[in-house]
Design a protein around this ligand. Structure first.
Ligand code: SF4
Length: 410
């Protein structure tokens, strides 16, 4: 079948993205030598506050994804296991700590020294407890502060009491962060960064929404690569400029009828974490099956429309407490239903990532409930974000083929 599949076209914008990301990593790694203080930040932590204080901002989860995508993770995880971190916990955490213990990082392939040491580590437990445990390891290693926000989990409505509770915690970070940064927070600069972050979010959302078009000009697999600037450069003009360029290319594709998966027959929603070391083979298999994975919860997790430059702390609290991962199952169900309708999907794929129960949403009957309401077939794929020992390629290929066959039979 593969011999008849038309070649998928890369985005022309991707070269610009590589340059933007390369510049980010170069500045990040050289920052400390130029006297910049480095703050490590969880992916949905208060990055705007750190940027406004002039920190070099580094996101270890992005490094975790790079360890997965480069397939370095599987060999590094056992080093963290030997140190006392269970093979059952977050494989971003174990592969990143393994990378530190071995002194090997994919960043070195860019001829850079590797992740910069932290002067302060700032977490938000909105996604899981693992991020705090992960950051505390480095805080002990380097004897630096580890501070953060404890966001409640399984949130139903993000009400005023919740926003005030979380906003108070973010505001309480200002003083200790000023102490590390050696400077006072400029509130106007914070509002400016929040404005830039919001613009980035709006553009990233527009990029993802082009996939509602039939045929879709972009796949989930493209999205996992294209999201880089939204993750590590939100709050900067570079990210905004990049998404304007990418959006223009996507609109052009739509105008010319260019499909991301030539001959698109089926459209799928991906729920859960990517399988970083298998993006290419999965993308190829879906293309061979003329199936486009059009949307995902994961790529949509970096949309923070609630950010408001006029109300920095409360709007950060609202935006960061509204993300899918920290919501109740009722909210998650409603969200997936809404997304499946918006993107006109034929079926839903749930990735049950062994080491990330926090972002595996198929363990408490949610797929069955959504199926009952929407009638959309679903598939549960067992694997992991980074630990490829937990993923059976053969089994998954067979299951995906059978699933698409089921869709074909309508
Ligand atoms: S959400 Fe999952 S993958 Fe992300 S840091 Fe937490 S446990 Fe790891």
């Amino acid at each position: 079948m593969s011999s008849t599949v038309q070649e998928r076209k890369d985005f022309e914008s991707t070269n610009t993205m590589k340059a933007v990301m390369g510049k980010y990593f170069t500045e990040l790694c050289h920052g400390p030598a130029q006297g910049k203080k480095t703050a490590w930040c969880t992916s949905v932590g208060p990055a705007e506050l750190l940027r406004a204080l002039g920190f070099n901002v580094y996101f270890p989860e992005n490094h975790g994804a790079m360890l997965g995508a480069s397939r370095m993770a599987t060999d590094l995880i056992p080093l963290a296991n030997a140190r006392g971190f269970s093979p059952d916990i977050c494989s971003y955490l174990t592969s990143d700590i393994g990378s530190y213990l071995k002194g090997e990082s994919p960043i070195q392939k860019m001829k850079l020294p590797g992740p910069p040491k932290a002067d302060v580590l700032v977490f938000n437990t909105n996604q899981c407890r693992d991020v705090k445990d992960w950051f505390q390891f480095y805080a002990r290693e380097w004897n630096v502060p580890c501070i953060g926000i404890h966001t409640p989990r399984a949130i139903g409505e993000v009400d005023e009491a919740m926003v005030n509770y979380v906003a108070g915690q973010i505001e309480a970070l200002v003083e200790p962060l000023e102490h590390v940064a050696g400077t006072k927070l400029d509130r106007d600069r914070l509002s400016e960064v929040i404005g830039l972050s919001r613009q980035c979010t709006v553009l990233w959302k527009e990029v993802l929404e082009t996939a509602a078009h039939v045929p879709s000009p972009i796949t989930f697999f493209d999205g996992t690569i294209q999201m880089g600037p939204a993750v590590v450069l939100r709050g900067t003009q570079e990210a905004i400029d990049y998404y304007r360029l990418l959006l223009a290319e996507l609109k052009e594709r739509i105008a010319q009828g260019v499909a991301a998966v030539p001959g698109e027959r089926f459209r799928i929603y991906w729920e859960g974490m990517p399988i970083w070391g298998k993006l290419k083979s999965l993308s190829t298999q879906f293309a061979e099956l003329a199936t486009c994975v059009v949307a995902s919860t994961y790529c949509n997790s970096w949309i923070f429309e609630d950010l408001d430059p006029a109300d920095p702390f409360r709007s950060m609290a609202r935006a960061y407490s509204s993300i899918f991962i920290c919501r109740s199952d009722d909210r998650k169900e409603a969200y997936i239903e809404e997304m499946s309708a918006k993107y006109r999907v034929d079926g839903i794929l749930y990735h049950d990532a062994k080491t990330c129960p926090n972002n595996s949403n198929c363990r408490y009957e949610l797929p069955q409930r959504i199926h009952k309401k929407t009638g959309k077939p679903f598939l549960i794929l067992h694997g992991d974000l980074n630990d490829l020992r937990l993923f059976s390629e053969e089994q998954s290929r067979t299951n995906i083929e059978a699933f698409i066959e089921q869709l074909a039979q309508g």
